[in-house]
Write a protein that binds this ligand. Structure first.
Ligand code: PMV
Length: 355
């Protein structure tokens, strides 16, 4: 994170607040496995969503005796508190001027908990953005926009790795790679200037197979990569996939983009299945959808899939294919989803401050 923030001093003793809206994101190249300090073992690439976001307001009141997070939405037993409390320790290490403040959090998601969309990415990035805004307000300092987003990305990462990619709109890369000189393991970077016009607006239709809690949390999954027999091969493959993604996304090569995305999603599940415990997260309906999507693409429809660590299928298509793809989804795919539930989302503009 930006070192200067840790040296900022409080210039005001007033109660103050910050509000941010931050989106979830969908990774085409998956972050899977981490090192100490929530640093990734391989680079990842994603795009931010538009409809799935979290709005968070944090109120900070000077109060040494009751410093720390008091609750979420006035609830001192809120389930998210267990995840946020350790994050608060990171926040005050990075931004010591906040340590004598009582923190009240009000937050809401635009998507249901069970929607198959990672709420940790939007949730932690919204929190990080608010904390940095509060630090600016309390200290009277102001970062440049780039420094602000970079610091927010670095802080978000320490809450949930994938959250660091949510602060920017469009496409981002997190993890050091020779392909982008300014890339870093510490924060994500905006790579939109390398994206071909055809892919600037991608759609993500989330075909919901199950909204049950995942049997394998991503934190457990990352740990299982530590002694994974295929770890070295995976890191090599992820870096090769990044080269292919860069080529496909910058040249507007749809075939390369779809093949690489699907190979990547299936690799993630192959790694999960070959980890200790051998979890199978895909359901029969997930496989049926995969087969139908591939057949439709063979017949000329510009659609492909990606999958996170769960059974739900993210169907991706460019703006130019929206009408045909959505007709196909309703006619041929919807009935396979047990509750016939589909969430339609698309590339979004990233986090925004609410005044
Ligand atoms: O940020 P985490 O710890 O929830 O991990 C995210 C893991 C994946 O969603 C499977 C991949 C990714 O890069 O988002």
């Amino acid at each position: 994170m930006n070192n200067t923030i840790s040296k900022w001093k409080a210039q005001s003793q007033e109660e103050t607040f910050a509000i941010w809206k931050s989106p979830s994101n969908i990774a085409l190249l998956k972050y899977w496995g981490k090192r100490e300090g929530q640093l990734p073992v391989n680079p990842s690439l994603s795009f931010s969503l538009s409809e799935a976001y979290t709005i968070t307001k944090i109120t900070a009141t000077p109060d040494k005796l009751n410093a720390g997070i008091t609750g979420i939405n006035n609830n001192t037993e809120h389930p998210f508190l267990q995840k946020i409390k350790p994050f608060w320790q990171t926040v005050i290490k990075e931004i010591p001027l906040l340590k004598d403040y009582r923190i009240a959090i009000e937050t809401e998601n635009t998507f249901p908990h069970s929607a198959g969309i990672a709420s940790s990415a939007s949730g932690f990035s919204a929190l990080a953005l608010c904390f940095i805004s509060l630090a600016e307000k309390i200290s009277g300092n102001q970062l440049s926009e780039q420094e602000f987003l970079q610091s927010a990305s670095a802080l978000s990462r320490q809450g949930s790795g994938s959250a660091c990619r949510s602060v920017y709109g469009g496409f981002t890369v997190w993890g050091e790679t020779h392909l982008w000189k300014n890339s870093s393991d510490i924060y994500a970077i905006d790579i939109n200037e390398d994206i071909h016009f055809d892919f600037k607006q991608l759609h993500d239709a989330i075909l919901l197979i199950s909204s049950k809690e995942k049997s394998l949390s991503s934190s457990k999954g990352h740990i299982l990569m530590n002694n994974h027999p295929y770890a070295a091969g995976r890191i090599l493959q992820a870096n090769q996939h990044l080269e292919l993604f860069r080529k496909a996304l910058s040249e507007g090569d749809f075939d390369l983009l779809s093949e690489t995305s699907e190979a990547e999603a299936l690799s993630l599940h192959a790694l999960i299945m070959s980890s200790a415990g051998g979890e199978i997260l895909l359901q029969p309906q997930s496989i049926e959808l995969i087969n139908r999507i591939r057949l439709a693409r063979k017949n000329g429809l510009k659609i492909f899939f990606t999958i996170d660590a769960g059974p739900n299928i993210h169907l991706i298509y460019p703006e130019s294919e929206k009408i045909n793809a959505e007709l196909y989804i309703r006619n041929e795919l919807q009935d396979i989803c047990p509750a016939e539930k589909i969430i339609f989302d698309k590339t979004g503009k990233g986090a925004t401050k609410i005044h």
